[in-house]
Design a protein around this ligand. Structure first.
Ligand SMILES: [Zn+2]
Length: 325
């Protein structure tokens, strides 16, 4: 058996998961990332944790087929460079090479959301399909595309940034610096921030009442509840978020004609009606033949998607002709 190891490197924590070639989880570990501005501390800590995990399973590193990393930010699978990772404050870090040198194994690397989409494709809600699009609606909106069984990473590894496609030209300010992105309307963090500001300014009394004056408790769920209870400002914001997600999903189906559209993330999990709404409304908006073909399904891997998907990159990069191999 050749095992694979995937790392999900987040701003504060790094998750490590070991899987079988079939995608079954055999071991996991969690360590602090604690690697602000420089990559060397996490390279050392992750390598030690990987070696420890392998030893605990009674294995040696020769039985590990691949080690791979899913990381937030702009990482280029062709060069192995992390060009920019705003969460970690890294710039031009040759992370793939640093980890490969330390651990003595070939290392693969992908943007975290692309890795998550690949995880859903190989072992989650997309398994058995050939073409999928995954959309994750959490604090932001990320996406990943698998086309003809290959992960679409684009020329520099940043394909699939569906949250930063434009919903409304000249619309709400987005954290990416541009205006009108889907994420600005339906990303959990921007929506919460906007509604907290509205609540603090006295513009959304229904929402303030719902959270008993605790502005910090305003999240997408309480915004939705306030909308349902008739608060007009909350209702407008929530309707726009719904509209953005329906439009985004329909556009992706029209663009790519996928077998499945996989939808997940905290905003979808926390607001159960949202998934059904998207499923009901998308067929009206997308190209009819594509809408009839695409199954709309919920993601299955939850918080493990990035690490599992990274580990499964071995299946993608076994093909030496691919640029990230
Ligand atoms: Zn944006």
């Amino acid at each position: 058996m050749r095992f694979r190891i995937g790392l999900d490197i987040g701003a504060t924590k790094t998750k490590i998961i070991m899987i079988t070639p079939e995608g079954k989880i055999v071991a996991r570990a969690k360590i602090k990332t604690d690697s602000d501005k420089t990559a060397e501390p996490i390279v050392e800590r992750a390598s030690a944790a990987i070696e420890n995990l392998v030893r605990q399973q009674g294995l040696t590193m020769t039985e590990i087929e691949a080690v791979a990393v899913g990381i937030a930010g702009f990482s280029n699978p062709r060069t192995g460079m992390i060009d920019v990772s705003p969460n970690l404050h890294w710039c031009n870090v040759p992370f793939k090479q640093l980890l490969a040198d330390r651990i003595g194994k070939k290392v693969h690397m992908a943007n975290d959301v692309n890795a998550a989409a690949w995880g859903e494709f190989t072992t989650g809600a997309g398994r058995g399909a050939q073409d999928i699009v995954a959309v994750f609606v959490g604090s932001g909106i990320g996406g990943g595309i698998v086309c003809n069984g290959l992960l679409v990473e684009g020329g520099t590894g940043t394909a699939g940034e569906v949250g930063h496609m434009t919903f409304r030209a000249g619309g709400l300010q987005c954290d990416c610096g541009r205006r009108g992105c889907f994420e600005a309307y339906a990303g959990g963090m921007p929506l919460e921030r906007r509604m907290r500001q509205a609540a603090a300014a006295g513009k959304s009394p229904g929402l303030v009442k719902l959270v008993k004056g605790e502005i910090g408790k305003i999240n997408t769920r309480t915004v939705r509840l306030a909308a349902e209870a008739g608060d007009p400002v909350a209702a407008k914001a929530w309707r726009e978020a719904e509209e953005a997600l329906i439009t985004l999903s329909a556009n992706l189906i029209s663009l790519l004609n996928p077998d499945r559209l996989v939808i997940g993330g905290g905003v979808v999990e926390g607001n159960p009606g949202l998934f059904k709404l998207i499923k009901d409304k998308v067929p009206v908006r997308a190209v009819a033949l594509s809408a009839r073909h695409a199954q709309i399904v919920k993601s299955e891997l939850g918080d493990d998607a990035v690490a599992i998907g990274a580990a499964a990159l071995a299946d993608l990069y076994r093909r030496d002709d691919l640029p990230g191999g």
